[in-house]
Design a protein around this ligand. Sequence first.
Ligand SMILES: C[S@@+](CC[C@H](N)C(=O)[O-])C[C@H]1O[C@@H](n2cnc3c(N)ncnc32)[C@H](O)[C@@H]1O
Length: 304
Amino acid sequence: MSDYHEPVLLQACIDGLNLQPGGTYVDITFGGGGHSREILRQLGPDSAGRLFGFDQDADARVNAQAIGDSRLTFVASNFRNIKRYLRLYKAEQVDGILADLGISSHQIDTPERGFSTRFDADLDMRMNQQADRTARQVVNSYPEPELHRILGMYGEVTNARTVAAALVSARSNRSIDTVNDLKNALQRYAPRGKENKFFAQVFQALRIEVNEELVALEEFLEQVPEILKPGGRLVVMSYHSLEDRLVKNFINKGKFQGEVEKDLYGNDIKPLQSITRKPIEATPDEIARNPRARSAKLRIAEKI
Ligand SMILES: C[S@@+](CC[C@H](N)C(=O)[O-])C[C@H]1O[C@@H](n2cnc3c(N)ncnc32)[C@H](O)[C@@H]1O
């Protein structure tokens, strides 16, 4: 499966789930199924356990079929719908949930998906190929202040205002339809010597917007306390600070902003208890083998 995606921090994720024989688990970002395969293996061959694998990318389904394990149910849906689907499958509460956020190597390495700055292709960037909104629509139709906000917030692009204005000016001549159209429109705004970083930030911003990544993550996290059994584990791997901040705040404070609420006795009111004081990161060895592991931050929590 490593052609599709090499799983990151594999054993740390499995340890974080604290697998119980016969337990029910959810891998909400199935991808190549690298983590799922290992969950099934470590649940043991005779285990009556169950695993649900969510992915909004139709390409992931074949990887679930390739595993061919009757304990695995593939759910072709956005993980923001997790509660609804678990109810449908009569698994209202589960023992552990794993999230390995972002895009897979398969998605970024498939030129026509438009995720990569390395290939020319339509500006698409949808994880779910059935979704309505593409990066092309975002770039060509969003008002300038919106583009400014997205580039600044989601991409942490330092000259976001200038870049937004440049997009609006370029598209008034000719629509920006491809990766190369976008790069050509912005080339002169890329800081000298930091072009790769600049375009990576612009692409990240567009990708987050196209796929509503932060909104989906918030919606998912809000459902976690209800769908985890007491003592159940939440294991989340994020790859940029915006995601990690949401995960960290939700685990530590039970909400995304502000301070944790207290009861009359001064006890914290929050549904999860952090298991990792600091996020777990990949070792230099793993990063050398799999550069994608470089920015991974793994957080583990338990339902109180
Ligand atoms: C980093 S990859 C996961 C790789 C996987 N752990 C493995 O070992 O192969 C992330 C996957 O999650 C999917 N994904 C991201 N956001 C999603 C969402 N909101 N709902 C459903 N799937 C999502 C992507 O389509 C992608 O296939």
